[in-house]
Ligand binder design. Sequence first.
Ligand SMILES: C[S@@+](CC[C@H](N)C(=O)[O-])C[C@H]1O[C@@H](n2cnc3c(N)ncnc32)[C@H](O)[C@@H]1O
Length: 262
Amino acid sequence: MGSSSHEVDVSLPNPARIYDYGLGGHHNFAADREAFHQLLEVDPDSRTVVRSNRAFLRRAVRFCLDRGITRFLDLGSGVPTVGNVHEAAHEMNPRARVVYVDNEPVAAAQTRRLLQDQPNTAIIEADLRDPDAVLTAPATAELLDFSEPVALVMASVLHWVGDDVADLLDRYRRVLVPGSALVISHLTDEDLPEQMRRVEAIFDETSAPVTYRPRSRAAELFTGFDIVEPGAVYCSEWRAEPHERLAEPERSKIWAAVGIKS
Ligand SMILES: C[S@@+](CC[C@H](N)C(=O)[O-])C[C@H]1O[C@@H](n2cnc3c(N)ncnc32)[C@H](O)[C@@H]1O
């Protein structure tokens, strides 16, 4: 593991590192791996969940680039391996700019290291619930230009933010010009409530208890944005190729949507 392990309680599983392990990454500790194996016991599709989410994220990034959006502010970015935003973006446009934000010290340290040789990228170690810290950070000013459309990405992160998120989203929305994008993916328990109660119980033991929100909350989260087709759907369905779709989409447990600021 990286040099920042002394900064964190490695005995407490953390979503960033649990997710990294689920994706096949190497930026995790024994407690994170143990938590993921507990998740696999209550939800054998746990690997499918994280992979479907990451695959959605890649498609959403490409969608934004196709619309001419080349700047990305990725809140709750995790460890940017296994096909995260800058990898997907730079495959299409090496000049695309990506600012990652994560408050987990290991994820942030590993991101810093991984991005050393990656132009047009930066990581801000900050809490997304502090928009001023994010929006006034030097990296934000250097890489993003809010007079142009920006993609605000909140992939698989809002379910770690339990509070009412309306004011928070409003604060970010206000800096975006029309034509900017909002990308959200979100855990839900709406179709598999009993299984997701057991998942919730495991996350209750981690550093970040989970808050589920159903697809019906999408309209509210996307206030001020027009949600593009196909709307808020399970992430494995969102503009997916046939081979990416699941026979039972609810097994991806995460819904996803993209909106364009009107
Ligand atoms: C499940 S990972 C998702 C990673 C990536 N966005 C993706 O979808 O592939 C969630 C990330 O959000 C981060 N996170 C959770 N709460 C946060 C907060 N309040 N501020 C910043 N990052 C946060 C976690 O540390 C973790 O790295």
